[in-house]
Design a protein around this ligand. Structure first.
Ligand code: SAM
Length: 182
């Protein structure tokens, strides 16, 4: 399956605007850049997050990336499962990614990828179809999500062509070259 054929939503739990603005934005931008189709956050609603990510989409390509903040994680996860999607929670306590990724990749079901914060409710571990560890050391939501998406999409996430873009980079060994196309 190509990334475009998959429905992949990333859910970041318990966003707190004062404390997490930068980190949550980076999780959302990572989701967008590496092949997800949307980004949701639970916790407090924060329009700055959606605005920043939509601005990036306006400049660097708009593939219709959905951003929702302030959602209720419990009802969203339950609804996702009722609608036959599968839930993958990234946690250092889960099964090693190398042992479960073939099974996860082979299923065409829409995927809700959940990343946490300092304290993830135990209910999330129970609701998840897969609790997946990107190694068993603590690191970060951004690192875990990057590696998971890269493994899931077998590297295709790094070669996506974004439609409707204002800027496009012309790779160069030194310096910066950007083509403006609107
Ligand atoms: N104790 C946490 C855990 O369960 O992975 C680490 C907390 S870390 C500050 C915040 C989030 O980063 C976690 O909720 C998880 O989504 C992600 N994370 C950190 N290390 C991870 C790892 N080794 N494997 C998978 N996810 C990880």
């Amino acid at each position: 399956m190509t990334p475009a054929e998959r429905q992949i939503i990333v859910l970041k739990l318990d966003h707190r605007p004062e404390r997490d603005k930068r980190l949550t934005t980076h999780v959302g931008l990572t989701a967008r850049a590496f092949g997800a189709s949307g980004f949701w956050t639970s916790g407090l609603k924060d329009l700055n997050i959606s605005e920043t990510i939509h601005q990036v989409s306006d400049q660097w390509g708009n593939q219709g990336f959905e951003v929702l903040t302030g959602i209720n994680w419990r009802s969203s996860i339950r609804k996702w499962k009722e609608e036959k999607g599968e839930v993958i929670h990234l946690t250092m306590y889960g099964l090693h990614v190398d042992n479960v990724i073939p099974q996860i990749r082979s299923s065409p079901r829409p995927k809700l990828i959940v990343v946490g914060g300092p304290k993830v409710p135990f209910e999330v571990f129970k609701l998840a179809d897969f609790n997946v560890a990107i190694g068993h050391q603590p690191h970060s939501e951004v690192a875990a999500l990057s590696i998971f998406l890269d493994r899931l999409l077998e590297g295709q996430g790094l070669h996506l062509k974004f439609p409707d873009t204002t800027f496009e980079i012309e790779p160069t060994p030194h310096g910066k070259r950007v083509k403006e196309s609107k």
